[in-house]
Write a protein that binds this ligand. Structure first.
Ligand code: IPD
Ligand code: CA
Ligand code: CA
Length: 257
């Protein structure tokens, strides 16, 4: 497996995704449906995933695809799997907020080794593969060097899942203990960690593997760290903390085990 070749393919997948998703976002004629879990979905989510999948079926028939909207396509015993969230931030997409992205990851033997996160309405794109460094709009990126919480910038998505864990008081305390708190949301907060603009990002409880897979190579190649709320680096977990590495343990110490 030549990851540089796979990156070239992944960039083409992102271009194909952007063509569908950005046209749909700008036209604003899509219909919004509710999934079983009550979350919003549009025909643009499905069409964007189809655009990506069609290229992969033609060019990588031995690989499988695991997407949010269409599930698993291709050989069930594939060594390589592309894990896709066609539109991460659908609620933003629906409401006209430009913070949404296509998340495209290549997973080898259960390890995310390459990814592209493409946010065309922001004109932002991030990518990385293992050993190749992480990039934002073609420039190399690196996490910050902030090593104390009192100087740290935190982005957080505190949802009902955190409340159900009894974590709201601890998260409130954490927000008082850092220097700055914002909620950039979805993929964006984790990409801001990777490029050193934010020091720590805490996502909501209830994530799926396709919410996380593509974020992992970019954060890690930029020198950052990811884990679930317990501290396990599992991209199939339902929670996600990313950090500049230096602050990771200090953040985990606030969270319920
Ligand atoms: C959402 C994003 C968000 C997370 C939500 C997800 P979607 O994905 O990943 O960061 O907090 O739980 O549902 O539905 O916009 O792809
Ligand atoms: Ca998502
Ligand atoms: Ca999605």
């Amino acid at each position: 497996m030549n990851l540089a070749d796979e990156l070239a393919l992944a960039i083409r997948l992102a271009d194909a995704a952007d063509a569908v998703s950005l046209a749909g976002f700008n036209a604003r004629t899509f219909t919004v449906e509710r999934k079983a879990d009550k979350s919003e979905v549009t025909e643009i989510d499905r069409a964007t995933e189809t655009a990506i999948t069609n290229i992969l079926l033609a060019e990588r028939p031995s690989h499988s695809v695991y997407g949010e909207e269409h599930g698993i396509v291709g050989p069930s015993d594939a060594k390589f799997q592309w894990v896709i969230d066609p539109i991460d931030g659908t609620s933003n997409f629906v409401h006209g907020v430009p913070v949404w992205a296509s998340l495209i990851a290549l997973v080898e033997n259960n390890v995310p080794v390459l990814s592209v996160v493409s946010a065309p309405a922001l004109q932002m794109r991030w990518w990385a593969y293992v050993g190749g460094g992480a990039f934002y709009n073609s420039s190399p990126i690196r996490v910050s060097k902030v090593d104390t919480l009192r100087r740290a910038s935190l982005s957080i998505t505190a949802n009902k899942g955190w409340d159900a864990l009894g974590a709201t008081p601890a998260l409130t305390q954490l927000q008082q203990d850092v220097s700055r708190v914002r909620g950039y949301g979805d993929f964006w907060q984790h990409m801001l960690v990777a490029q050193g603009a934010v020091d720590v990002a805490i996502d909501s409880i209830g994530l799926a593997p396709y919410d996380i897979a593509a974020l992992v190579p970019i954060v890690q190649e930029a020198g950052g760290k990811f884990s679930d709320r317990i501290g396990t680096p599992d991209w199939r977990a339902n929670s996600l903390i990313t950090s500049n590495s230096l602050l990771h343990d200090a953040i985990l110490a606030y969270l319920p085990k």
